[in-house]
Design a protein around this ligand. Structure first.
Ligand SMILES: Cc1cn([C@H]2C[C@H](O)[C@@H](COP(=O)(O)OP(=O)(O)O[C@H]3O[C@@H](C)C(=O)[C@@H](O)[C@H]3O)O2)c(=O)[nH]c1=O
Length: 143
């Protein structure tokens, strides 16, 4: 798997029955766990969580989320002036955001009732041993 983040493009198909969202190029082969995150409002910010080894794949199944990524130079006191990569994931534009190990990620809902599906290649226990946190206002002081 690549050590660079990547957007995997999907698409929508609509007809008189309704709409089908898909991301054909997303392989579930490495996935061992998934969970879904919903925020109580559009002000809640989950940031920053980072993993050295664990990869994550984010998919917005309802509404929209703002996702910010930083590729860390080190996990021990990372530099403050690292580049922030920013993405909007939106149910109306199916995409998967691939985040390999070595990145910090943070996000917030930008619509009410938004839902973010998270796929992981680590089980929960292994993930807990690879879980690093940084202050919310590091790298971004206005979300
Ligand atoms: C993520 C997750 C949590 N849980 C449970 C464990 C715990 O009792 C409760 C809250 O989990 P956490 O304390 O890990 O939740 P949280 O502190 O929000 O941490 C999570 O934030 C998201 C953004 C991540 O990226 C995850 O890797 C994890 O760091 O939910 C599961 O059972 N399975 C899961 O896959």
């Amino acid at each position: 798997m690549s050590n660079e983040h990547q957007i995997i493009e999907g698409d929508l198909f609509s007809d008189n029955r309704g709409t089908l969202s898909f991301v054909n190029a997303f392989s579930l082969q490495p996935i061992v766990r998934f969970y879904e995150i919903a925020h109580n409002d559009t002000t809640t910010i989950r940031a920053w969580q980072a993993h050295k080894k664990e990869s994550k794949w984010f998919y917005c199944s309802r509404g929209a989320f703002r996702i910010n990524l930083v590729k860390l130079d080190t996990f021990d006191n990372p530099s403050d002036d690292l580049e922030v990569f920013s993405f909007e994931l939106n149910e109306n534009k199916p995409q998967i955001l691939y985040i390999p190990g070595g990145y910090a990620n943070g996000f917030k809902a930008i619509t009410d009732d938004a839902k973010l599906m998270v796929f992981s290649n680590f089980d929960l226990e292994t993930s807990k041993q690879d879980d690093y946190r940084f202050e919310t206002n590091k790298w971004i002081n206005k979300w």
